[in-house]
Design a protein. Structure first.
Length: 541
């Protein structure tokens, strides 16, 4: 039988989140009556499944414009010895746009500055364990609210509890910010502050402070997140838009957002990243929400999280292992980074630790996935993590060396512009922060991409002969394995494919194995741009 050569697909709009749910694929469809081809296979929902062999599973893999690449992680903040309660990373900003990292950690109030170089517990708060923490940025000031305990501000290296007027701090469930108003909520009531003093909530037509019980609120308010021209009120059952009117006597009008679901916590809605749409994990699934409308984002992700089933790669046996439970639902946390990457952290753990994250590149409209235990994914706050510069921070630099350079100039000199892929940070329970690395000079990492299942024609078995991969091999290299199925469904046989030779960024592998269909596993450090299989058709079995 003559050899047949065909190219595999790298740019499908999605991949099966559980590989066993993939339908039978084939290269030459013949009598199949439901197979279509499309010019829009790349990055569109309409091209979800055309019986075309494609990405079957991935781990620590990102989509690129050219194909797929493995990603790694580099530590940027060390773990704190003995710590285990880190829960989320919040960026605090001061009026000079210095950035600090804040981790509530049940009231331990860890602060990280580059001056100190370690996490420091600052003004711990008793009774804060289990309290929801929210934040707001108003008039150059960052406010932190512990549910039922009050509102705090980090100034000059310390947390200060703010004195509030017109509102009982014990009733405050959370805060948000919009149009220079500090907004607070308690049960189903929304309060907004004075334009003169963000801590003054006493109703006044002079200062602009006031409150309202929006008619469309259908349950207890769980979050308020600012957006362009107002803010969105999230409840346990629905979402309500608050649109800014520029009228100090009635600064906001309220209207329910059609089809928007409810959410449980701040952790399930994006915010503070841009003035565009907000993404939320709601009772209606994953949704993109603005003050005008709500749209579903990904039905397959909704079904995946509802299924209580996921897969993990066993690097020793070279097999996919299914994990399922009937006891717990997936815990989900959502983040939007760099106006491009939507990150959905998930896991079965009830301790707040997420084992995986699905990452949607909203520009390419394609998914990737990472495997890393973490408690939060956040936008790492470049350009700096400094506070006010002290003499010691100058090191051996003298006044004469500074010349006409001022301290303000030095602070500005700390700034740098980073691509969005370099700002994806993962906080771990011990305080360690890992930055995702997606470049061609990264160190060795453990990316896994499985492609398949490849069957030439329905009526015959197939023998694998050769595989050509156009791939930038990064530090650490990559290995290729062949998974063979004798029943068309289960990939039971594992073989290491032999590297025959390398030419520039092309690698040629070979392994002669006969089966009904195959999957190809690329593991290690790689950046795939194309791959081609050479096979021969065999007899029917």
């Amino acid at each position: 039988m003559s050899k047949q050569r065909f190219r595999g697909a790298l740019n499908a709009a999605q991949f099966p989140l559980v590989s066993t749910l993939q339908g039978r694929t084939v290269v030459q469809p013949q009598l199949d009556n439901n197979v279509r081809t499309t010019q829009a296979f790349y990055g569109t929902a309409e091209s979800a499944d055309y019986s075309i062999p494609q990405l079957l599973y991935c781990e620590n893999v990102f989509p690129t414009a050219e194909g797929l690449m493995s990603v790694g992680f580099t530590p940027i903040i060390p773990a704190l010895v003995g710590a285990s309660l880190f829960d989320q990373a919040i960026t605090l900003r001061d009026e000079d746009e210095n950035n600090f990292l804040f981790a509530p950690a049940g009231g331990l109030n860890y602060i990280y500055t580059a001056n100190a170089g370690v996490w420091v517990s600052t003004n711990p708060i008793d009774g804060a364990v289990g309290r929801q923490v929210s934040r707001a940025y108003v008039n150059g000031r960052t406010f932190i609210c512990y549910q039922g305990l009050g509102i705090y501000e980090y100034v000059s290296g310390a947390f200060t509890k703010l004195a509030l007027t017109g509102i009982a701090e014990a009733t405050i469930d959370g805060i948000g910010g919009s149009n220079n108003y500090l907004v607070a909520f308690a049960d189903i009531i929304v309060y907004w502050s004075s334009l003169i003093n963000p801590t003054d909530f006493a109703p006044s037509i002079t200062t602009g402070a006031g409150f309202s019980i929006p008619q469309d609120v259908k349950a207890k308010i769980t979050a308020i997140v600012g957006t362009a021209g107002g803010f969105i009120i999230y409840t346990a059952k629905n979402a309500v838009a608050a649109v800014y009117t520029n009228n100090i006597r009635a600064p906001f009008t309220f209207k329910e957002i059609a089809n928007a679901g409810g959410l449980l916590t701040y952790e399930q809605v994006t915010g503070d990243s841009s003035s565009g749409p907000q993404y939320a994990w709601t009772t209606g699934g994953l949704q993109m929400i603005t003050t005008q409308k709500s749209e579903p984002v990904s039905a397959e992700v909704n079904d995946f999280f509802a299924g209580k089933l996921y897969e993990t790669w066993n690097a020793t046996t070279k097999q996919l292992v299914q994990v399922r439970t009937s006891l717990n639902d997936f815990a989900v946390k959502i983040t939007y980074i760099g106006s491009r990457f939507l990150v959905l952290s998930y896991g079965f753990s009830t301790s707040g630790i997420y084992s995986y994250a699905l990452i949607l590149d909203t520009t390419l409209k394609r998914w990737g996935k990472i495997k890393l235990d973490h408690v939060d994914c956040f936008n790492y706050p470049y350009p700096n993590l400094f506070g006010d510069l002290a003499y010691d921070d100058l090191g051996t630099v003298s006044y004469d060396d500074l010349g006409s350079t001022s301290y303000d100039d030095l602070s500005l000199g700390l700034t740098s512009v980073q691509p969005s892929k370099r700002t994806i940070g993962f906080l771990q329970a011990d305080g360690a922060v890992q930055i995702l690395v997606a470049d061609y000079s990264k160190d060795a990492n453990s990316g896994v991409a499985i492609f398949g299942k490849f069957q030439l024609i329905r009526a015959r078995m197939m023998t694998m002969q050769r595989l050509d991969i156009e791939c930038v091999i990064c530090a650490g290299g990559a290995t290729v394995n062949l998974l063979t199925s004798l029943d068309g469904k289960n990939l039971a046989t594992v073989d290491v494919m032999q590297l025959l030779g390398t030419s520039l960024d092309t690698q040629r592998y070979a392994k002669r194995r006969t089966g009904i269909n195959f999957a190809v596993v690329v593991e290690g450090s790689f950046a795939l741009t194309s791959y081609m299989l050479e096979v021969t058709a065999e007899g029917d079995r």
